[in-house]
Design a protein around this ligand. Structure first.
Ligand SMILES: [Zn+2]
Length: 304
């Protein structure tokens, strides 16, 4: 496969435009999926329109980044200020695609998995941040995909692809490897996430809190927990295995407390302040995926 032999900088240039376009689609998902009306949630058939005046957006105003700059951040029809979130999401997804071949070897399963996870986290961060919603329609398919990603290695354990190392050497790596080792180094890959770890990650992430919630419902007759957060933990568990998922939960909770407690003290609120916990889980995930092992070993070193 000659395309896989291209050096990372060239791959970056080729991937960035796809990232910008998917970033633009990400904005559609972020805006429409949390809507109440089922018709408003359609992300495929409805043409882009201004959320304020409903005017249809002209194709050349819809070009990622450039459209927003050209319009100086205002709707062409009604002058509504287009939130900075729109170009920001396009830029972030563009960057995600551009840096992906530097982080994970292009064309491998771990590359695709990392890219998909990063994209999903960006979209969920903003739906949770703006509407406090983590849409099921994204999170259930992500759970299934996380488990599916562990299957090819069972069928074809030895499939090799060529990738570039940092020192411009071509290296052969396992195509279906879905371990956690990020690229530029790729000297030794971490063991792959097995289907058992993936299923267990999903079960612990969702099943346990769901049972607790069910018990709570029986006793108090109301929903106790925001289940969206646990569905997010479930698909992260399916993607990266149960241990990193728990790392994401603890780091996310720590980040949430670090932001939430001062905020509550400042506002003197009565514990009613709602924090978008999914945002903290999204921030914690890359830290755990890339540095989880190092952090864990450091922690063990401190305590032993
Ligand atoms: Zn408008």
């Amino acid at each position: 496969m000659p395309l896989l032999d291209l050096p990372p900088w060239l791959l970056s240039l080729l991937l960035a435009p796809f990232g910008l376009i998917l970033g633009s689609f990400g904005n559609v998902l972020i805006h429409r999926l949390p809507q109440e009306e089922p018709a408003d949630r359609d992300v495929v058939l409805r043409a882009s329109h201004c959320p304020s005046c409903k005017a249809q957006i002209k194709p050349w105003h819809n070009v990622p980044l450039l459209g927003w700059l050209w319009l100086r951040g205002k709707c062409a029809a009604c002058g509504w200020r287009i939130p900075v979130r729109y170009p920001l999401v396009e830029l972030l997804v563009g960057l995600l695609f551009a840096v992906s071949p530097w982080i994970f070897p292009f064309g491998t399963l771990i590359w695709f998995k990392g890219l998909l996870c990063g994209y999903a986290l960006l979209v969920l961060f903003f739906t949770d941040f703006t509407e406090m919603i983590l849409p099921d329609v994204l999170q259930f398919p992500l759970m299934a995909l996380g488990v599916l990603f562990t299957l090819p290695q069972l069928q074809w354990p030895e499939t090799l692809v060529k990738v570039w190392t940092e020192s411009n050497h071509l290296l052969q790596v396992l195509a279906w490897h879905n371990g956690l080792q990020p690229a530029p180094a790729y000297p030794g890959f971490e063991p792959a996430v097995t289907w058992q770890q993936s299923l267990l990650g999903m079960a612990v992430g969702y099943g346990v809190p769901a049972l607790v919630n069910q018990a709570y419902k029986l006793v108090r007759k109301t929903d106790g927990l925001g289940m969206g957060d646990f569905k997010m933990l479930a698909w992260l568990g399916a993607f990266w295995g149960w241990a990193p998922m728990l790392g994401v939960l603890f780091l996310g909770a720590g980040l949430g407390a670090a932001v939430g407690v001062p905020l509550m003290l400042m506002r003197r609120s009565n514990g009613q302040t709602m924090l978008p916990f999914g945002c903290f889980l999204a921030l914690a995930t890359p830290v755990v995926v890339f540095f989880g092992r190092a952090l864990w070993l450091g922690y063990l070193g401190l305590t032993m």
